[in-house]
Design a protein around this ligand. Structure first.
Ligand SMILES: Cc1cc2nc3c(=O)[nH]c(=O)nc-3n(C[C@H](O)[C@H](O)[C@H](O)COP(=O)(O)OP(=O)(O)OC[C@H]3O[C@@H](n4cnc5c(N)ncnc54)[C@H](O)[C@@H]3O)c2cc1C
Length: 465
């Protein structure tokens, strides 16, 4: 049995940032991942898959000192560019301040940088090692080497002590499923009825972007949508979100003719920018989406973090941001426990769960809400009026009225649960104020003031003055 450093399973964004934070506290870590080492190569068959990084993630990366190494990979996006059926485009800004932008970043590059920093801090990295089982009676984890050893022999299993083991093994977490099967925690995986497919908008001549490079592009089509995020090389990664049942649905797009008819009918302007769409559609996997709800994240010496504990649907662009926030909270709980030479892990785990659970439940719900907003509401004139009014109320009542999107994306100092609760008050107010009116001229700002001053206490947040 291997004894020694504490084990982190999963070297994705959560595991890698966690290793950095723990190493900095003098705790030796070994990161195990089932995949090969992503450092030193271009990534998934040259595909450029990106993620939206917002204030919560940026703040964590800044605190961990990782941000400077990523600076050249961050593509600012200042709003949503809405693509109507007739090809018209309109920008809906994310906020009214210069700092209210989000960033597109390559998933592969981000993971490489985090792992480089983790290794430089002293973490041991063990790739091609898959967690297979946890034995709480013996206090051990069983890992198997993926593939064969260099001499061609079947690689041996490895047993690692739970002293402790931090499981950051993603949405399909083996650790979570094992803990749930043993009755140590209760966990549910709730599938979304929609899946996704990634496509590419390549760059034009000389690497010039073919869409506005400072926006997140959305083709909202009611029950489905296409989005595209910019990459540093001038290309865009487009993602089609579509139902698994009903019409249209992925399963019905099963011939070149059906795929082409659908894409040309719904997104003719995007088709003109995606010459390889048919091959990509046929060869790229259809991804599943879902939410993980766990009523406990820890048992004995094992604790779940990141997607393993609370995977969410991607429509708020917050999954990874939330995972990074987990890492910061975990480190803060460890610091508060005050015994870095002999941490009382069960106590640290309990404090971490108590602090995070309400917040991860809140972002899970808001991420589901945001799907409806992106695929349908962004094209609705009343929604657009409410967005404009929200920005006006924010201008008139700084620190009291902050649009929910801004609370989630631009204010790491506002917990998700607070954003959700204040967002519900604001949504009711916006609905009341825009009932039966066509523009801001008809808004009863006195009523707005009285509700805001009564129901939305002043909060101290960055950049609101
Ligand atoms: C389509 C899509 C778009 C998204 N867009 C965004 C976005 O714009 N912004 C955002 O913030 N978030 C986004 N997310 C969410 C984000 O990808 C996740 O929240 C984030 O990757 C979770 O990080 P993690 O390290 O917890 O898990 P993962 O990224 O899943 O990493 C888990 C790691 O564990 C390893 N592993 C798994 N099982 C085992 C095992 N048994 N043994 C050993 N290793 C194992 C895997 O190889 C992997 O390296 C998106 C997700 C999807 C699906």
């Amino acid at each position: 049995m291997t004894r020694g450093p504490l084990a982190i399973v999963g070297a994705g964004p959560t595991g890698a940032l966690l290793a950095i934070l723990l190493e900095r506290r003098g705790l030796a870590t070994t990161l195990y991942d089932a995949r090969p080492d992503p450092r030193g190569h271009a990534g998934d068959a040259g595909r450029s898959i990106n993620l939206a990084l917002a204030d919560r993630g940026l703040h964590a990366l800044e605190q961990a000192g990782v941000l400077p190494a990523l600076a050249d990979a961050l593509m600012p996006m200042r709003g949503r560019m809405i693509h109507a059926r007739d090809g018209g485009q309109s920008l809906q800004p994310y906020g009214q301040r210069a700092r209210e932008v989000i960033y597109s970043v390559s998933r592969h590059r981000l993971n490489q940088v985090l792992l480089e920093v983790a290794a430089a801090e002293g973490a041991t990295l063990e790739f091609n090692h898959r967690l297979e089982d946890l034995d709480f009676t013996k206090g051990t984890a069983r890992l198997r080497h993926v593939g064969r050893a260099r001499d061609g022999a079947e690689a041996p299993e490895r047993t690692v002590a739970l002293q402790p083991l931090l499981a950051a093994d993603g949405a399909g977490s083996v650790a979570r499923r094992r803990m749930a099967a043993l009755g140590l925690i209760a966990a549910r995986e709730v599938d979304l009825a929609h899946g996704y497919k990634e496509l590419t908008v390549p760059s034009g001549i000389g690497g010039a972007p073919l869409l506005a490079a400072d926006a997140l592009h959305i083709w909202p089509r009611g029950n489905f949508m296409l989005i595209a995020l910019p990459n540093a090389d001038g290309s865009f990664t487009a993602t089609l979100f579509l139902a698994n049942q009903g019409a249209p649905r992925f399963a019905a797009l099963d011939t070149p003719g059906a795929i082409e008819d659908f894409l040309q009918r719904e997104f003719p302007d995007a088709c003109a920018l995606m010459p390889d769409r048919l091959r990509e559609f046929e060869t790229h996997p259809t991804g599943f989406l879902g939410t993980v709800y766990a009523d406990g994240w820890h048992a004995d010496q094992v604790c779940l973090l990141g997607d393993a504990a609370h995977a969410i649907v991607p429509f708020h662009g917050q999954g990874m941001n939330c995972c990074f926030e987990d890492c910061m909270t975990f480190a803060a709980c460890l610091d508060r426990d005050g015994a870095l030479d002999d941490p009382q892990w069960p106590r640290v785990f309990a404090a971490f769960f108590a602090e995070r659970k309400a917040n991860t439940d809140a972002i899970a719900a808001m991420a589901i809400d945001n799907y409806l907003e992106m695929r349908e509401r962004v094209a609705d004139p009343r929604f657009m009026l409410q967005q404009t009014l929200a920005l006006e109320l924010e201008r008139r009542h700084p620190g009291r009225f902050i649009p929910r999107y801004a609370m989630v994306m631009f204010h790491h100092e506002i917990p998700y649960a607070t954003a959700q609760a204040r967002g519900a008050v604001q949504a009711r107010l916006l609905a009341d104020l825009t009932d039966g009116i066509g523009d801001l001229g008809g808004v009863d700002f006195d009523l707005a003031r009285s509700v805001i001053e009564r129901d939305l206490p002043l909060i101290d947040v960055a950049g609101q003055a």
